[in-house]
Design a protein around this ligand. Structure first.
Ligand code: AMP
Length: 188
């Protein structure tokens, strides 16, 4: 495994634990030689994460649509900045460049990215591991919704395993790194 794509908030959240844990993740990735692929923003948890990876000597690859570059939202100092046409192109390239995915706390954008990559895994378009870092119990309501979707037969029980949930940075990285490769039809 070479690179992990991290989806996270363009805001930093109200509690300091969100930025602190994000910083821990960035340092742990750099320590393990895992590059970061992300949405290239300099704001919120995205900015915190990138600065932590960069300061620890790790690789940072940002993928951003031209429209957000025009709004001066791209991080100025990355190993590599890929500018694409659209949000759809961005998600496809982020997925292609990465060997695993992590979602940190965030808003609509973070959940959009997480659910798209989960849906592609459910369809076996890829078999790359996906995890969420459940900082401060932030994702508990989402996990409760997943339980309900399974209970009411909207989601197969076995697809719950597509999402690895941990509140500890090292444990999450370990699970992603040691996860058994699943089935993929190679679309992605
Ligand atoms: P959100 O969770 O709504 O804050 O959105 C964060 C996610 O959407 C990130 O993982 C980015 O890929 C993308 N995104 C949203 N806002 C921005 C922004 N201002 N600059 C760069 N990427 C953004």
């Amino acid at each position: 495994m070479k690179r992990i794509c991290v989806f996270c908030g363009s805001r930093a959240g109200s509690a300091t634990i969100y930025a602190e844990t994000t910083r821990d993740l960035g340092r742990a990735m750099a320590r393990r030689g895992l590059g970061l692929v992300f949405g290239a923003g300099h704001v919120g948890l995205m900015g915190v994460l990138t600065d932590a990876v960069r300061e620890a000597g790790g690789e940072t690859i940002g993928v951003i649509p031209q429209s957000l570059v025009d709004r001066e939202l791209a991080h100025a100092s990355l190993t590599d900045l890929r500018i694409v046409e659209s949000m759809h192109d961005r998600k496809a390239l982020m997925a292609e460049l990465s060997d695993a995915f992590i979602a940190l706390p965030g808003g609509f954008g973070t959940l959009d990215e997480l659910f798209e990559i989960l849906t592609w895994a459910q369809l076996r378009f890829h078999a790359k591991p996906i995890g969420i870092l459940n900082v401060n119990g932030f994702f508990d309501p989402l996990l409760a919704w997943i339980d309900r979707a399974i209970a009411e037969d909207f989601l197969k029980e076995k697809n719950r395993e597509l999402l690895k949930v941990e509140s500890d940075v090292e444990r999450l990285l370990e699970r992603l790194l040691t996860s058994e490769p699943g089935a993929s039809n190679g679309v992605l």
